[in-house]
Design a protein around this ligand. Structure first.
Ligand SMILES: Nc1ncnc2c1ncn2[C@@H]1O[C@H](COP(=O)(O)OP(=O)(O)OP(=O)(O)O)[C@@H](O)[C@H]1O
Ligand SMILES: [Mg+2]
Length: 602
């Protein structure tokens, strides 16, 4: 077959694949156009999850007839005129591609009016020439996309069915709504609301509309500025997590983006405090000089590139970390907001064990498990003040008086000197008294939390301790061989070991927290992590968590009064006392009032 120049219509249909691959990408493009037109209300109506019909109605500026005619032509845009303009672009669109792409693969219709003179209707069927007519319509624009991909059967075959497509649209629209709290959004199908978000006063109110007031209370305010980046928004305490990233929204200069690099920055912030595969809700906006980001690296403009990618990742990590970190007001050192890596002298992994960025990349594709609740604006406004109080930066909160029933999970812990260790219960729990309440602390989990924090602390590194009597660990021949082949990596985690016969290994030194504790258990688990997980951060986190777990006192260990006091102190002065590596509860708190009630003291 000889070479032929493709017919313009076919070329457009092929190119459309880059911009639209499913109904949610159509919704994203059209909603972004509505936002660029300064709409304050955007409604999306679907049929069959958008696979049969998508209608988007906005109350924005609309287009005069000449523009409406041009809008469906390729490379027709009102947003830039020279390539340099992209550098400072402040609109979401600029490529002049979305409408012609969508119009080439659907039965497409746009009705628009600027509110002056007659409105205009433009009809395009599968990329045919546009039919233009005058029509009466209120100010704003309505776009109708019927039978998406009806003329590209191969693409249509890839659609996943009404429910998953609708879930993807809901997720997309939710992210955009978080990035634009002052705009009202509504998503309906067959008269049912899938999303109903009245205009919100600010981001926190929008998050409360989406996630519910209870979850919004677990959010902490993010306010951070460093170098080229100004970052603001909200981040959940690690005790609140979801099974996917659907509640993590990052926007850059008003554009909702998805980027592995930024997601990794979020993961860095929550490192060692949330279990793998769990994602605390986050909504942050990054403001950066537009010349430092390239928004034109991907047709959907969702992936962007920073001139300094590492700095962007570090900044988002530091911003979120400083919002969620909590230190008791009397703790000796100031809140640590700098990048904290596992980098102890002797424990620093040699370069070959340093995770490479792409090794632990986002193979964790977010499932689209979407279950958004919509609230009414009235009740939201009523509780808004309350949420505000609860989400103040933690430094400010430390000064505020404690609400009587407030749980430590909420980030509010009393001063250390106000606490008294009463004793031990069932050789597993430490009872602690504070002025108005009693705590029952899980001794193992609290200790584990404190130790893990220490293992991740680059400023105050844990040391390696030689064992007076080396520990001989009995293994299967296979595991003994595995250990022998990985002595260097084991040494990275403090295990100085050598082969000791065909079925055992002799451990001569360990991280000091592990000396006198369950060395055998920790060693075996570390070995299992080395054979069962890929090298990288997850493996490192896993091994450190193993060491912390086996170093910690156990359920059933009797503790002396000074031991209990030391344990409580090191737990409460750790970075995130209220969270445990496995997401378990650490402390149960009951107020004296509640105890009084139980004993009929009214
Ligand atoms: N809802 C709308 N309200 C007002 N004008 C609109 C609307 N949708 C599109 N337009 C106009 O039509 C033009 C073409 O839209 P299109 O989405 O194809 O391109 P773009 O937004 O400029 O760039 P991109 O392809 O990057 O989205 C826009 O530049 C804008 O002037
Ligand atoms: Mg556009």
């Amino acid at each position: 077959m000889g070479i032929k120049v493709l017919d313009a219509r076919v070329a457009q249909q092929v190119a459309a694949g880059e911009v639209v691959d499913r109904p949610s990408s159509v919704v994203k493009e059209l909603v972004e156009n509505s936002l660029d037109a300064d709409s304050s209300r955007i409604e999306v109506e679907l049929e069959d999850g958008g696979t049969s019909r998508i209608l988007i109605r906005d109350n924005g500026n609309g287009m005069p007839p000449e523009d409406a005619k041009l809008s469906v032509l390729r490379h027709a845009t009102s947003k830039i005129s020279a390539v340099e303009d992209i550098e400072a672009v402040n609109t979401l669109g600029f490529r002049g591609e979305a409408l012609p792409s969508i119009a080439s693969v659907s039965a497409f219709q746009i009705t628009t009016s600027t509110g002056e003179g007659a409105g205009t209707k433009v009809v395009v069927d599968g990329g045919s020439d546009a039919e233009i007519s005058a029509t009466g319509t209120p100010k704003g624009t309505t776009v109708l996309v019927d039978r998406l991909f009806y003329n590209v059967p191969a693409r249509r075959a890839f659609l996943k069915g009404s429910r998953p497509e609708r879930a993807s649209i809901t997720e997309t629209l939710t992210h955009i709504a978080v990035a634009h709290p002052k705009v009202a959004f509504r998503l309906t199908e067959k008269g049912r609301d899938y999303l109903s978000l009245p205009e919100a006063g600010d981001l926190l109110e929008r998050l409360a509309q989406i996630q519910g007031v209870a979850k919004a209370r677990a959010l902490r305010k993010v306010e951070y500025e460093s170098g080229a980046f100004k970052i603001s928004g909200y981040a959940a305490l690690p005790s609140l997590t979801e099974g996917s990233r659907s509640h993590q929204t990052v926007s850059v200069n008003g554009r909702w983006v998805r980027g592995d690099n930024l997601h990794r920055g979020l993961d860095d912030a929550y490192r060692a405090t949330v279990p793998g595969g769990r994602y605390p809700p986050v909504a942050v906006e990054i403001e950066v000089d537009p010349r430092r980001v390239d928004v034109n690296v991907h047709p959907t403009k969702q992936i962007i590139r920073f001139s300094d990618e590492r700095a962007a990742r570090a900044a988002i990590a530091a911003a979120v970390r400083s919002a969620i970190e909590w230190r008791p007001p009397n703790a000796s050192s100031a809140p640590r907001t700098s990048e904290r890596a596992f980098a102890q002298d002797r424990l620093a992994p040699p370069p070959e064990y340093r995770p490479k960025d792409n090794e632990y990349a986002a193979a964790r594709a977010a499932e689209s498990s979407v279950a958004y609740s919509s609230g009414t604006s009235k009740s939201l406004r009523e509780v808004r003040e309350e949420i505000y109080a609860a989400s103040k930066p933690t430094k400010e909160r430390a000064e505020a008086p404690l609400a009587a029933e407030e749980l430590p999970e909420r980030g509010a812990l009393p001063r250390l000197e106000e606490l008294r260790v009463i004793g031990q219960l069932g050789a597993g729990y430490i009872l602690v008294e504070e002025p108005e309440a009693m705590w029952v602390v899980d001794q193992h989990v609290a200790h584990e939390r404190a130790i893990l924090d220490r293992l991740h602390d680059a400023e105050n590194p844990a040391s390696i301790q030689s064992l007076l009597v080396p520990e001989v660990v009995e293994l299967s021949p296979g595991d003994a061989e595995l250990a022998a082949g990985n002595l260097e990596e084991l040494a990275v985690y403090g295990f100085e070991a050598e082969p000791f016969g065909p079925r055992s290994v002799r451990v001569m030194a360990v991280i000091s927290t592990l000396a006198d504790r369950d060395i055998v258990g920790a060693f075996k688990n570390a070995l299992a992590a080395i054979s069962g997980t890929d090298p990288g951060r997850r493996r490192e986190d896993h091994i450190l968590a193993t060491i912390a777990c086996h170093s910690a006192v156990k359920m059933g260990d009797r503790l002396s009064q000074p031991e209990m006091e030391a344990l409580i102190k090191s737990w409460l002065t750790s970075r995130l006392p209220a969270t445990c590596p496995h997401g378990r509860s650490i402390c149960y708190r009951t107020s004296l009032k509640e105890i009084g009630r139980k004993l009929d003291r009214h």
